[in-house]
Design a protein around this ligand. Structure first.
Ligand SMILES: O=P(O)(O)OC[C@H]1O[C@H](O[C@H]2O[C@H](CO)[C@@H](O)[C@H](O)[C@H]2O)[C@H](O)[C@@H](O)[C@@H]1O
Length: 261
């Protein structure tokens, strides 16, 4: 267990003192509840008007950084005028920003081929789902009975093995899922830095997330004096300096932020 250093009360006080804020958030498990099937995840009720109202504030820039494909996450959030980063920041779009990681684009054929092979290779594993996201892919096992978890990992690694051996791709973990990404040194932390550098270099960054892949974004925010906020139980190790219990607490924090800015 990691002791978090700051309460939301202290964070909200620090936020109230800032001239400009870069408010960045993850989607699954942060703005939406975790669902058994990835396609069932929706923005929590009430978050759309909160994000709209916060986005209208002249001193707040909002970025959504997700492991989902950009079109998928922007469609699920559905609030215009925000910065959306998909595939862990490999693609970023919004007012004043249109970015696609060049090396990631080169890996598209390999990722798409791996997704097709995984669908076939995992066909006999109950509950296994393959989410093809063009620049990356995810093999989900949330619906797979525990006795198959070792098999799914072995099949996944066997199928993508040649791409790992050539150095073209790398494997990362997500909640009840394994992901295949291009082997480029890029993650949500770099994406957060890019948004800040391009659009709001004087803004105070605060990042909300719930998964392993969000740790890089907490680091990026905190390295310039900002705040990382982990969403989840206190038993999880995190480098974020603040913790909130759940996506419901995130919604409450957004409402609080709207009231104080
Ligand atoms: O960075 P995020 O926006 O949190 O995306 C991370 C992954 O989220 C999704 O999978 C996770 O959420 C699903 C829906 O709640 C859940 O069923 C799954 O077990 C989780 O891993 C998404 O499907 C992935 O593509 C993202 O990489």
């Amino acid at each position: 267990m990691t002791p978090t250093l700051e309460s939301w009360t202290s964070v909200r006080h620090r936020l109230s003192e800032q001239n400009k804020i870069l408010l960045a958030l993850d989607f699954d498990g942060t703005l939406s509840e975790i669902t058994e099937r990835p396609e069932d995840a929706v923005l929590r009720e009430g978050n759309a008007p909160l994000l709209e109202a916060l986005g209208r504030k002249p001193n707040i820039i909002i970025g959504i950084l997700s492991g989902r494909a950009l079109n998928d996450v922007s469609g699920r959030v559905g609030v215009p005028g925000l910065i959306y980063g998909g595939n862990h920041g490999l693609e970023i779009r919004g007012p004043g920003l249109d970015y696609l990681h060049p090396a990631a684009a080169a890996a598209i054929p390999a990722i798409s081929d791996a997704a097709e092979r995984l669908v076939a290779d995992l066909a006999d594993i109950p509950g296994a789902l393959v989410e093809s996201k063009v620049l990356t892919l995810t093999a989900h096992y949330r619906l797979t009975p525990p006795q198959y978890h070792d098999s799914i990992a072995m099949i996944f690694l066997d199928t993508v093995g040649p791409l790992l051996a050539t150095g073209a791709c790398r494997v990362t973990a997500a909640k009840m899922a394994m992901e295949l990404r291009p082997a480029v040194d890029w993650h949500k932390g770099y994406a957060l830095e890019m948004i800040r550098f391009q659009l709001a270099s004087d803004a105070f960054p605060v990042y909300f997330g719930d998964d392993e892949t969000d740790e890089d974004a907490y680091d990026a925010a905190q390295s310039v004096g900002g705040i990382g906020i982990y969403v989840g139980p206190p038993s999880t190790e995190t480098r974020a300096i603040c913790r909130l219990d759940s996506p419901a607490a995130v919604s409450a924090a957004l409402a609080d932020l709207l009231a104080l800015t």
